[in-house]
Design a protein around this ligand. Sequence first.
Ligand SMILES: [Zn+2]
Length: 291
Amino acid sequence: MERLDEGEVEELLGDDRLRIGVKLEDYLLVYLGVRPCSQITIPAELPSGREMGRIIDEMIYPTLLRIRRGDRGAIRDVKRAMRRAYREVVENSEEYKAHIRWAERLGLRWRIDEVRPTVRELYLYRERSVEKKLRRLMNRREKLRREALKRPRGLGIYLAYPEELEADWVMEMGGLLGYPQCCVERYARERAMGLEVEERAYRQLEEGEANAMAYFVSYFFPCTPLCPEAVSMGRRCLRLLEELHPRLGELYRGRMEENLELVRRLPSLVEAHRAEAERRLGEWRNRTRQL
Ligand SMILES: [Zn+2]
C-alpha cells in the first residue's frame, strides 16, 4: 500500500465530511495496521447524522400512521419506506460518499451491514482474512437475531443485540476491532452474566486513577482504567500517528482524553438520551393525535 504523504494527511484532516474521531480511529488506525478492523455506525457517526435521522423520520411518518391506525400490512410498507428514505437521505449525501471515497484512497476494503432499515454499520479493514471472519460473525449475528425475535420475552435490551450475550462472538469481534484480550475477556464475561459493563466502566473511574491512553478508541472499555495492554495500544497508536504527521499526534492525544471523559460522563449521557427519546416519543404522540 502506498504511504500517505503529509499533504494527503492534511487533505483528510481538512475534509469536514468526516468526523475527526472517525478519521483517526476508524480510518488511520486501520490504514496503519494497528487495528485489523473498525466499525462506523451510519448515519449516527456522520457529521449530519442527527439531522439525517430527523429527515428520515419525517419521510416515513405518513406510512407510520397507517400502523397506528391498525393496518397490519403497513409494517412491510414502513420497512420499505425506511430503506428508501435511507438511500435518498444517507447514500446520496456528500458525507456518505466521502467516507467510501476515503476508504478507497487509503486502500481499505469495506463492507456494509444493515442493522435496522435506517441504520447501517460500515466496517473498514485491509486484509482478506478479516473479511472472511467478518462474514462469519455477521452470519452468526443474523441467525441469533432471527432466533431472538421468535422468543422476545425476558431478553430485555438484548433482544436487539443477542450476540452480546455470546462470549465467543464478543471475543472474536473484539479481537478484530483491535481490543486487548484481557479487556475483551472481561467484557464478554460480564455481558454473558447480564452485568452492565458501562456501569462498571464509569464506577472504576470514580474509584481510582486512569490513564487516558487506555481509552485508545471510543466505545471501548478497558478491563481497568490503567490496563497495561490497553495503555500500550494507545501508546503505539499515538507513535504511529505522530510518525505519519506531527499534527495527528496532538489531535489523537486530545481524542483519547475525550474518550476517557465520555466514559466518565456515561451516567449523564444515558439520562440525556432517555430524555431525548421521551421527547421524540411525545412529539410523535402529539402529532398522531392531531389527525
Ligand atoms: Zn485489559
